[in-house]
Design a protein around this ligand. Sequence first.
Ligand code: JBB
Length: 242
Amino acid sequence: MRVDLLTLFPGMFPGYLEQSLLNKARTRGLVDVRVHDIRQWSRDKHHKVDDRPFGGGPGMVLRVEPVVESVEAIRQQGGQAARLVLLTPQGRRLTQGVVEELASVPQLILLCGRYEGFDQRVIDILQPDEISIGDYVLNGGEVGAMVVIDAVIRLIPGVLGHAGSSREDSFSGGNRWLEFAQYTRPREYRGHAVPEILLSGDHQAIARWRQEQSYQKTQQRRADLLDPAASPPDAAPRKELP
Ligand code: JBB
């Protein structure tokens, strides 16, 4: 998969891109990530890409020409059917389902905005897939783009080991449960002991206990994740909220 990032702040990405999993995927040739500065496509001698909004108002707007022309240039470089994603609070919400969809394309172009947003004609002309990572105010699309890459990259075959792929299964599809609590040595720390059952060696009982844990935690904290049609695990007694 090829990923092209279009941004006014290319310096934000190298640190993130060099993190372990992504770097491994890149050195193995599973993913080719390229960062581009939108200013490269400015016609202005000062590399200006923003301007004051028609009709007045505070702040600046990203101009249509450099943005449209940068995307067109990157599309031609890729030479494949690229999916253009624009990170914006106006987009559809990023979910694991959307991530799975994005992981299936040969080229992703992630367009990151700044200032008060893009000239509307960027959207009208390019018709990007507009995506939001959540309802909070950010200063630009870059962090959202990193979230998209992070989630997409781990679905590319060969990027994760065996453990990762089976783990992913429990979170795809309709029913997603939160993880059960994990413990490692020591068996006791400051009076906090590891649950006895995990030391029992009874693998079936452990599996059942973990399933109950997952279900109850999900029920208590994120009932919205539970598929109402799915039934709880057999041994899970229904616990009231504290
Ligand atoms: C950005 C946070 C875009 O598309 C918009 C919009 C509004 C304000 C600012 C921006 C710039 S880019 S992506 C996530 C900010 O409505």
